[in-house]
Design a protein around this ligand. Sequence first.
Ligand SMILES: Cc1cc2nc3c(=O)[nH]c(=O)nc-3n(C[C@H](O)[C@H](O)[C@H](O)COP(=O)(O)O)c2cc1C
Length: 296
Amino acid sequence: MSDQIANTPDTSNTASQTLKENQSSDSNSTNNSQPSQNSDSKSNSANNNDNNIDFATPNHTPQLDAFKQVVESRRSVRRFTDTPISDEVLDDCLRLAMLAPNSSNLQPWEFYIIDSATMRQQANKICMNQNAARTAARLIAVVARTDTWHKHAQQILREYPKRPVPKKVKAYYNQAVTIDFLRGPANVLSVAKWGLIQGFRQFKGPIKSPYYDADDVKNWASINASLAAENLMLALRAYGFDSCAMGGFDEPAMKKLLKLSDNHHIVMMIAAGERAEKGIYHEQFRFAQSQFVKRV
Ligand SMILES: Cc1cc2nc3c(=O)[nH]c(=O)nc-3n(C[C@H](O)[C@H](O)[C@H](O)COP(=O)(O)O)c2cc1C
């Protein structure tokens, strides 16, 4: 690994320091914003130590420094070394990607790892031969699925960790989710849905808009897949690797190469590998936070 890279941060000192610093405040804590399962912060703190689990709570943040190091050292890297990313590391990064928050836990994402040499050659070209794609140890298409919501709703009911599945959960996935997504052929049901929602808003109060057309569902699936993509890039960073998200590719051509249908939408390509010297083209900068944060 080149030494310009911040490798997986070792924050054991910081973590134990923070833990010690916070033990006294934990025992005095009356903070209502503790996670609900931790109603007794004092005994929980003791349990955490017994089990050697260092959960972050608002007054005990053992992972904060490590998290900041990962986020702050992630950069878009356009040149990678020849160092491979093992399947084991990539699998774990993908596991972490799929822990991203996602709407109703419907997990409308897929990840295509383009490993075959011939496919990779074509994929690089479709990514317009960007250096990031050409030099990446792994090239991944992050895909949003617009057609898996029903199948996944049923899968949630089959695999739900609590048995019997609570009635509310069943109703949610069998009825609420269906109403939300169902549009019928040529969106024939959407007009009725729209009318019902307007009526509800006027007479009962706020209600979430359902999905009326294909773009709404594509947007929904893309939001979810993009959150997973960010988790993936941060996980790679935590493993000492780097990435470059790429929107600069020919989507129809990539879909053809990967044999994807109209129900698949490639939200971005991710090039991943070990950061090469001069792999970062520019200094990182952002506009002032005050430009974007509105306190209302
Ligand atoms: C959706 C998306 C598409 C992007 N497409 C490309 C791309 O095609 N090629 C590229 O070199 N960088 C691409 N980037 C990287 C951005 O240029 C980069 O994130 C931005 O300049 C900020 O730099 P940083 O990531 O190093 O903080 C993309 C990033 C995102 C999130």
